[in-house]
Design a protein around this ligand. Structure first.
Ligand code: URP
Ligand code: ZN
Ligand code: ZN
Length: 456
């Protein structure tokens, strides 16, 4: 099957240039002006960008919290992803205590059957001991070259010694570890203070986890990584102060990778006062507009490497588990379909960054850092045919009713966006045509290699 994409602006490192793209089966065959070769399908991309398929570095599909399970599984979550231009998700396979990493990986492979976009797995580890350490070579042999550790959540948290040892050992293998940076002891104490003050609703959520709770944890991670002589990857960075700590580490010469998410750019903590404020309960919490401003500035300066969604969806009925106690509201929100449109709207449309930077932060850097480049993350001959035809003028209004995700709410409900994925090709298959999902289940497991440096 050959697909010819004509008349578009192909986005790469150097900017956007006029070129045609010819794919054959799952591979990009040629990128050149006015390709005249035979093809089966022709797509006219006039007025659109032709971009490397977007990579969402952070999703939680079919995640069982013990009390409840996310509303989206891989089937529904990846349908939404591909409609938003995401051709690969990196989901967190989660090794619960008492499980092996192999158990978790096998389980996640089963869960991911039927995915409509490609998928790879980070391994989230809840314990660090000789048995888990012994599994790392096998994970690498199976294409899992990144891991996540949590400083918080009773069921998942590990101590600083474990983070240090894990960083040291995995760096030697060119693997990387993302850390959820929040100070557990501080936030527990703040929760007690909120309760004493009679605060039990969603407005207490950001009060219990103020900026310093993240910034202290980022600073600590930076020092732990410095000692371990390892790169540090901060997942879902949300604060100006956390960003400043990461900058300090970079100034010391450390290799630091930063991920942020659209919710920290386009929403703020005033949302918690709404009647349905529970739908914004995610961790780290939404912040002040000044934090969003600082992170957007960092994006424009290429200081942010990747933008994931942290898609972790719960219905309003699930959110109601915490109606009398904000600490019982399942943490997370839905956003996997809306990432590119939101970033285009708040960062490119506003003139803060170029479409080439958007492509790097939504795709190229993720492919490099997470061991997929140059198969993914660029439009080049020999690369995988994962391609988005992005219409920069398309206007939409986000609603859970029109999102394909399996969730009766969206943190972005009612937001206007400019720019949308029009057509999406996954592994050489036209999966989305004119904004409609025309082919489900085209996703495949992405076997990843060692981490490479991002473009800065
Ligand atoms: O609230 C969130 N972010 N839930 C998902 C788990 C995590 O911390 O990434
Ligand atoms: Zn996290
Ligand atoms: Zn997450």
């Amino acid at each position: 099957m050959r697909i010819l994409i004509r008349n578009g602006l192909v986005v790469g490192d150097g900017g956007a240039v006029s070129a045609d793209v010819l794919t054959e089966d799952g591979t990009i065959l040629r990128v050149a002006p006015q390709i005249g070769e035979a093809h089966d399908v022709c797509i006219d991309a006039a007025g659109c960008y032709v971009m490397p398929g977007f990579i969402d570095t952070h999703t939680h599909f079919d995640l069982d919290l013990g009390t409840t399970v996310t509303a989206d599984n891989f089937v529904t979550g990846t349908r939404a992803a591909v409609l938003g231009g995401t051709t690969t998700v990196l989901d967190f396979a989660t090794q619960d205590r008492g499980m092996t990493m192999q158990d978790a990986l096998d389980l996640w492979h089963k869960k991911a059957q039927g995915s409509s976009c490609n998928y790879g797995f980070h391994m989230a580890v809840s314990e660090w001991n000789d048995a888990r350490i012994g599994e790392i070579p096998s994970m690498i042999r199976q294409g899992v070259t990144s891991f996540k550790m949590y400083m918080v959540y009773d069921a998942m948290r590990v101590d600083d010694g474990a983070i240090y040892d894990a960083l040291r050992r995995t760096a030697a293998e060119d693997c990387i570890i993302g850390v959820h940076c929040e100070n557990y002891d501080l936030l527990r104490q703040r929760i007690l203070e909120c309760r004493s003050a009679g605060l039990s609703g969603p407005t207490a959520h950001p009060l219990s986890r103020p900026n310093i709770v993240e910034a202290e944890a980022v600073a600590r991670l930076m020092r732990i990584a410095e000692l371990a002589e390892a790169p540090a990857w901060v997942v879902h960075l949300s604060t100006r102060e956390g960003l400043e700590e990461a900058r300090r580490a970079r100034l010391r010469g450390q290799e630091v990778y930063l991920e942020t998410c659209p919710q920290y750019l386009v929403l703020d903590d005033s949302a918690y006062a709404a009647e349905d404020g529970a739908r914004f309960v995610l961790s780290p919490p939404l912040r002040k507009p000044a934090d969003a401003e600082a992170i957007l500035t960092a994006m424009a300066q290429d200081e942010i490497d990747v933008i994931g969604t942290d898609h972790c969806s719960f219905t309003m009925a699930q959110k109601a588990l915490g109606k009398d106690d904000f600490t019982k509201i399942p943490n997370g929100g839905a956003g996997v379909q809306n990432r590119a449109a939101l970033i285009h709207t708040c960062a490119v449309q506003t003139g803060r960054m170029t479409v080439a930077q958007m492509a790097e932060q939504l795709s190229g850097n993720a492919a490099r850092i997470f061991g997929m480049y140059p198969k993914k993350g660029c439009i080049a001959e020999g690369s995988d045919a994962d391609i988005v035809i992005f219409d920069p003028k398309a206007e939409r209004t986000i609603s859970w009713r029109t999102n394909a995700h399996n969730c009766d709410n969206s943190p972005y409900e009612g937001m206007r966006t400019v720019g949308a994925a029009r057509d999406v090709i996954v592994n050489g298959v036209l999966a989305v045509q004119n904004g409609t999902l025309v082919q489900e289940g085209a996703g495949r497991y992405v076997f990843r290699g060692r981490s490479q440096r991002p473009n800065r």
